[in-house]
Design a protein around this ligand. Structure first.
Ligand SMILES: N[C@H](CCC[C@H](N)C(=O)O)C(=O)O
Length: 279
């Protein structure tokens, strides 16, 4: 299986060009390639496919084999792959995802390779029914109390196509993400599980994020998470609508625009290409 290893702000995936090859069991393949000792090593597997309604289509599988509707860092790398490998020739493209059709703007360097991508991540979904969460389907969850082990957190829940639970903490560097993340991820109030973001407010235009990803554990960055967090910051009156988010693996420029959509701008990097021998 030919692949490219790419990352966006350190959130790394194995990318397979499915314009020219097929994968029979992507869930199983995701588990194999993601393993950092016995595989290639990644947060998951992303398939780049032809689409009938957009320039490309993305499917994303976490390292545990579960499929997610959307991946923000992944979609920037899909755009880079598509342009750099000649699957598209334009610098504004559309991508079909489980969260709808998104529009992406590509920024190239002087060798005509994509370096940064701005993504219209679409509109956040805020009701329990849309996230999904148990309880009254029309209700929103903003700054609601949640007791976990010995702590009481205040959670805000947002879907960017996939579910996110956002928690503001005082010192994110020292926060025990691996202790609380998996418990919240698997809380029965989230029937499809959830991604969990822990956020420290630096100023009204700057935040720091750590991410516990559904199906993958702690990762260095999460683009859908960063989008959901931007919405949560505004809803909780913690920041302005435009902010710079410092994640463990790099920075993302975020805006929840007046048109209701969230815009994310960030890097897309190819590290190497290779051939994987399935064992
Ligand atoms: N890292 C990805 C999100 C993966 C979300 C995935 N863990 C899920 O199950 O929804 C991002 O940049 O948006």
């Amino acid at each position: 299986m030919k692949f490219a290893k790419m990352h966006g702000a350190g959130n790394d995936y194995v990318y397979v060009n499915c314009f020219e090859q097929t994968i029979d069991d992507p869930a199983e393949m995701a588990r194999k390639v993601s393993n950092r000792n016995f595989g290639i090593g990644s947060d998951g597997l992303i398939l780049i496919l032809p689409s009938e309604v957009a320039d490309v289509r993305m499917r994303m599988f976490n390292s545990d084999g579960s499929e997610s509707e959307m991946c923000g860092n992944g979609i920037r790398c899909v755009a880079k792959y598509a342009y750099d490998h000649g699957l598209v020739e334009k610098k504004e493209i559309t991508a079909e995802t489980g969260a709808g059709i998104l529009t992406l703007q590509l920024f190239t360097n002087d060798r005509d390779k994509v370096e940064r991508v701005r993504v219209n991540m679409g509109k956040p979904r805020l009701t329990r029914g849309e996230i999904p969460m148990t309880g009254s389907p029309e209700e929103q969850v903003i700054n609601a109390e949640l007791k976990v082990l010995d702590r009481t957190f205040h959670i805000t829940c947002v879907s960017m196509g996939n579910p996110h639970c956002i928690i503001f903490v005082d010192n994110v560097d020292e926060f025990p993400v691996a202790k609380y993340g998996p418990i919240i991820e698997n809380d029965p109030m989230f029937p499809n599980r959830t991604n969990v973001e822990f956020i420290e407010i630096v100023s009204t235009t700057e935040i720091k994020q750590r991410t516990w990803e559904r199906g993958a554990g702690e990762t260095l960055a999460c683009g859908t998470g960063s989008s959901a967090v931007t919405v949560a910051c505004v809803l909780n009156e913690r920041t302005e609508r435009r902010l710079l988010n410092h994640l463990l693996g790099g920075d993302l420029e975020m805006e929840w625009a007046e048109d209701g959509s969230v815009y994310m701008t960030g890097p897309a990097v190819q590290v190497f290409e290779g051939v994987f021998d399935p064992q």
